[in-house]
Each structure stands twice: as C-alpha cells, then as structure tokens.
Write a protein that binds this ligand. Structure first.
Ligand code: ADP
Length: 324
C-alpha cells in the first residue's frame, strides 16, 4: 500500500473530522500518501479528490460535520457507477480506502472491495449508535450531550408553567439517543421504536407523575416511535389528559451538529489510527469498533448480516424506576 484514500459518506456525525485527521496523520507517519475524496462515493465517480498532508487536517478535531463533505450516491449502487469510481480511484494511485459512515456506507464498501479486490476499512460514524461490530459509534456521545442540554433548558421553562413537554429526538429505528438522553435528562417517560408503548400506558405513567405533584413532565419521543412523532403523541395524550398545558419540541437536525465531545474525539482518533494500521497489516473488508475499552475489528459481512440491535433492557427498567 502506497496511497490511502479517505472519505466520509451517508449521514454526517460530530467527530468524523477527528477520524479523518487520525487516519491522515497515521498514514503520513507510516510513510504513506493520502488522497481525500469529497462527497463519499459520489466523489469517486466525479473524480473529486485532492492530495492531503498533515496541515490539511490542522484545527479540525474540534469541528462538527466533515471537511470532506458527505453525500448519498445512488449511482454507486449500480455496477456502472462503481466501475467509473474504480477507474478514478485507480488513476489516482489509491490502493486502499478508509470509509467513515453508517450501514449504507459499509454495504457499499463490502461490495466495492470484493468487486475490485481493493483493501477497505470502515469506521462507524453515525449519531444513532445503530451499527453492529461496535458498542459505540462516533457522534453518539455528542448527540446525547446536545439532547440533554436541550432537555435541561426545556425543563426550566416547563417547570415554571406546569407544562407537559413532548420532545422528539432522532432515531428512526434506534432508541439509543432517546433512552440515554431520557435517563440523563430525567424524562418522565420515553417512547422507543423498539417498544410498543400504548398511549393508554403512557397516560398511566403521566397520571402517576401528576399525582406525585411533579411541576413539569417531559416525554422523550424517538422519531421512529410506533405512535407517530411527538406531535401525534401529544395530540392523542391531550385528548385524555388535560391537567397539564401540553407543548411539543422537535429537536431535528441540530442533533447532528456541534463540536464533538471529548469522548467522541478520542474514540474517533483511536479508530482512525487503528483503521490505517489494520490496512497496513493486511486486514480488509472490516469495520473498526470498540468493545468495552478495546478497539477491535469485525468483518463487514458479519457486521452487516446481524440486523437485530438489542436495546439495553436494564436501562429501560432503570428509566421507568427513575420516573416515579
Ligand atoms: P449511511 O452510511 O449513513 O447508512 P446511506 O444509507 O445513505 O448512509 O449510505 C451511504 C452510501 O453508501 C449510499 O448513498 C450509497 O452510495 C452507498 N450504498 C448504500 N447501499 C449500497 C449498496 N447496496 N450498494 C452500493 N452502495 C451502497
């Protein structure tokens, strides 16, 4: 391996820049050349690439988003699209790739790397923490911190007016942010995509809170909750439960942004370093991950075949007890 290509793809997350920086600096330290590829797989097809050196990743560890930009690229899902991408990658002298992204990015890497026999290592970057092969994804900790900061602020105003707030957080399929930020923010109830909480059950929980004279109540609703989003849930609860003035707050894309937390910066740096070292050792078609405090790799085939991600049932139980 003489030249490593680095790109970010799919949904962005805070800490991707720290991962780029770590991969670039590790490769340079090992005497390799580095090409940055813009807009993920789209940049390979459009030949949007540039030479990177150590200064090109200066002062980015603290920045959210990704300096390499990201994109969703439909053309890469076609054989012709990937052929075009490979031509450009080859012409640039790139003989190994580091991909930072989510599930879709991993799928593309698995296919491309097999099709053209090019070594690839993936790094999990998504706020949803919904990838196999790792306990934590880059951006998850920052997103949780962003959400609890919002919950804390909402709590101040909610308590002043005896209000019941429904706060919608990201997570179409994964309740990780909702559950963790719900616990950290002291939510009275948390609705998760993985659980089928009936509105009646939610009203029971809120009634108990009202009976114990809570001055405010916050319900965290993951966007993928089966009852619909926070607006729908609030409407249905209000019909039967009018003790409290009801408000809705949808946090939306602000959860994707911001300066990465210390934990995400360190995680991303360890993963970027590890991804390059693994490539140089001959590992390929795998994702870097963290298990406990250890950095590990898992073959992409294995990481992608396990679709079920289990919610931490202990946390679900603890959240209920803390809401009494
Ligand atoms: P994420 O990586 O955050 O899950 P996407 O699902 O949009 O985001 O995937 C990122 C990109 O990976 C897609 O836009 C596409 O270019 C590529 N990709 C996803 N699935 C496939 C596939 N089945 N074959 C080839 N490329 C794919």
């Amino acid at each position: 391996i003489t030249r490593i290509g680095v790109f970010t793809s799919g949904g962005d997350s805070p800490g991707m820049n720290a991962a780029i920086r770590a991969a670039v600096r590790t490769a340079i330290y090992k005497g390799k050349k580095v090409t940055g590829i813009y807009h993920g797989y789209q940049g390979m097809i459009d030949n949007s690439m540039f030479d990177m050196d150590s200064p090109s990743v200066s002062s980015i560890i603290q920045q959210g988003g990704t300096i390499l930009k990201t994109a969703r690229c439909m053309e890469f899902k076609t054989v012709e699209g990937r052929a075009k991408a490979y031509e450009n990658v080859k012409a640039a002298g790139i003989d190994a790739l580091v991909a930072i992204g989510g599930d879709g990015t991993f799928t593309g890497a698995e296919i491309f790397s097999r099709e053209y026999d090019i070594p690839m290592m993936c790094i999990p970057g998504t706020i949803d923490n919904d990838l196999n092969g790792t306990d934590l994804t880059i951006g998850y900790d920052t997103a949780n911190n962003t959400v609890i900061e919002a919950i804390d602020k909402i709590r101040d105003t909610a308590a002043s007016h005896n209000r019941l707030f429904f706060v919608e957080v990201m997570g179409r399929d994964s309740g990780c942010i909702a559950l963790n930020a719900g616990i950290a923010g002291g939510a009275e109830a948390i609705l998760l995509p993985e659980k089928d909480t009936a509105i009646e059950e939610l009203i029971d929980m809120l009634s108990q809170g009202a009976d114990s004279n809570k001055s405010s109540m916050i319900v965290i609703v993951a966007e993928g909750d089966k009852n619909g989003g926070a607006t729908d849930v609030a409407k249905r609860v209000k019909e039967k439960f009018d003790n409290f003035d009801t408000k809705v707050s949808i946090l939306g894309h602000l959860q994707r942004g911001g300066s990465p937390s210390s934990a995400d910066r360190v995680l991303a740096t360890r993963m970027g370093y590890y991804a390059v070292n693994e490539l140089l050792k001959g590992n390929s078609r795998a994702t870097v991950g963290i298990r406990g405090s250890e950095i590990v790799t898992t073959p992409l085939e294995e990481a992608l075949s396990k679709k079920e991600l289990k919610l931490n049932e202990d946390l679900v139980e603890i959240a209920k007890i803390m809401a009494i």
